[in-house]
Design a binder for this molecule. Structure first.
Ligand code: APR
Ligand code: PHB
Length: 394
């Protein structure tokens, strides 16, 4: 027996992209069903970045889930770039008139989950063998199994919000889909520690031994990263070794303010730049990590996903409320224009701030020259600042 369901938009993936899309559509009384191969506890347990552009804050306000963000988020008016101990502050508010808010993605996801549950909206967790079908027809559907039982959802549209390793992008035929990728020759080792941040704002440091980032989750909880080898394992980095390396890369003046302690989360993530085109195939629309990946250096992963969802929700709402399909028809082209600009910024900052094993002495001097130029030019600092606070949606 196959269980049958019907909805207007079937959302594959219950990360920030899928949850925010569902919430914005719910505000417009558009019906959705969300599927995820994991469950809420697992999804909320994934530790991700934590810097929100004002555009992302606006979207969360429109979704009605920004109360805790405004109560607990930390408004940051700048951040530091450091090169071998020399620090230069990028004055975000002075250069762009706006700021960012430090608030963990985990918290954004929790706020979105709470809203969906409060509205008693439909979820299917721990699903298997999800197969989007008939995407080029007016009656697409999504088949899946849950607890050994077959299900099929009939819908008008499928939103592929299932991340980098999902099934939605794979549903686009290989003779249609084009992908672009840069895999970086290093990873990021991240720790969470219940200790106050090193400084009031984030510090991105390029030291001859490698990159380090001093970040935070609150005034009592810090999130720190160091560049590590791709074949490193978390077990290679006991806390003592991590703190010693982290302090070395920050430099003595900054490290003097570092408070170390036992980490309660430690993980290694690879870095990649990735874009898939197009982001639409028939009545399938890709959004977030399903369509693109950025190295975390520019803190753009979540913000890019939110920007996609702002455009996709606008398009779907225009379709259902006024029969206007112009935004649906231009979604992929419009969103990809901005995706590529954000990919460029994330690639540029990653190239500037990391030690690349293959870099020649000349390329290392180019990194230093780029830093010195940014530190001495308001125009160069403003270029960094306007990308960091978030480019216009279109
Ligand atoms: N079927 C159902 N669900 C799936 C499938 C599948 N075949 N494959 C993946 N998923 C689910 C995952 O379990 C995950 O919960 O899709 C969700 C995708 O969530 P994310 O990977 O978080 O992607 P997205 O919502 O676009 O958010 C992007 O999350 O990973 C970070 O750095 C990234 O900050 C960025 C943000
Ligand atoms: C984080 O706090 O996890 C973080 C902040 C900024 C980044 C990446 C990660 O660029």
């Amino acid at each position: 027996m196959t269980h049958t369901h019907k909805t207007q938009v079937c959302i594959i993936g219950s990360g920030p992209s899928g949850l925010l899309l569902a919430q914005l559509l719910a505000q417009a009384r558009i019906d959705t069903i969300i599927l995820d191969r994991r469950d809420r506890v697992y999804i909320e347990g994934r530790i991700r970045a934590g810097v929100l552009e004002q555009g992302s804050v606006k979207a969360l306000e429109e979704a009605g889930v920004a109360d805790r963000l405004h109560a607990e988020g930390l408004v940051h008016d700048g951040f530091d770039l450091a090169f071998d101990g020399n620090r230069h502050r990028i004055d975000l508010s002075g250069l762009t008139g706006t700021s960012v808010i430090v608030y963990g993605q985990t918290e954004v996801t929790k706020d979105l989950f709470d809203a969906r549950v409060a509205q008693e909206q439909v979820f299917f967790f721990n699903v298997e063998d999800v197969v989007p079908t008939d995407l080029k027809s007016d009656t697409p559907s999504v088949r899946f199994r849950q607890n050994g039982e077959e299900h099929v959802i009939s819908c008008d549209y499928v939103a592929g919000c299932d991340g980098f390793r999902g099934v939605s992008r794979a549903a686009i035929p290989s003779d249609v889909l084009k992908t672009f990728e840069r895999v970086y020759p290093f990873g990021w080792l991240g720790v969470l520690v219940e200790k106050p941040p090193v400084a009031d704002e984030l510090i991105y440091a390029n030291n001859s031994r490698g990159f380090a980032l001093a970040s935070m989750r609150s005034e009592t909880r810090s999130r720190h990263y160091i560049q590590c080898d791709l074949d490193d394992d978390v077990s290679d980095w006991p806390d003592d070794r991590f703190w010693e390396e982290f302090a070395t890369r920050l430099g003595p003046d900054t490290a003097a303010h570092l408070q170390t302690g036992p980490s309660f989360e430690k993980s290694i993530a690879p870095l990649r730049s990735f874009v898939a085109e197009p982001m639409r195939y028939g009545n399938l629309f890709l959004a977030g990590d399903a369509a693109h990946i950025v190295p975390p250096t520019g803190a753009k992963g979540l913000n890019l996903a939110v920007a996609d969802i702002r455009m996709l929700s606008r398009a779907l709402i225009a379709h259902y409320t006024s029969g206007n399909d112009d935004y649906l028809d231009t979604y992929s082209e419009t969103v990809l224009k901005r995706v590529w600009k954000v990919e460029r910024f994330s690639w540029q900052l990653s190239t500037l701030m990391h030690q690349f094993p293959e870099n020649s002495p000349f390329e290392k001097r180019m990194q230093r020259a780029e830093f010195d130029y940014i530190a001495s030019s308001e125009a160069a600092s403003k270029a960094i600042a306007e990308n960091y606070v978030g480019l216009p949606l279109e």
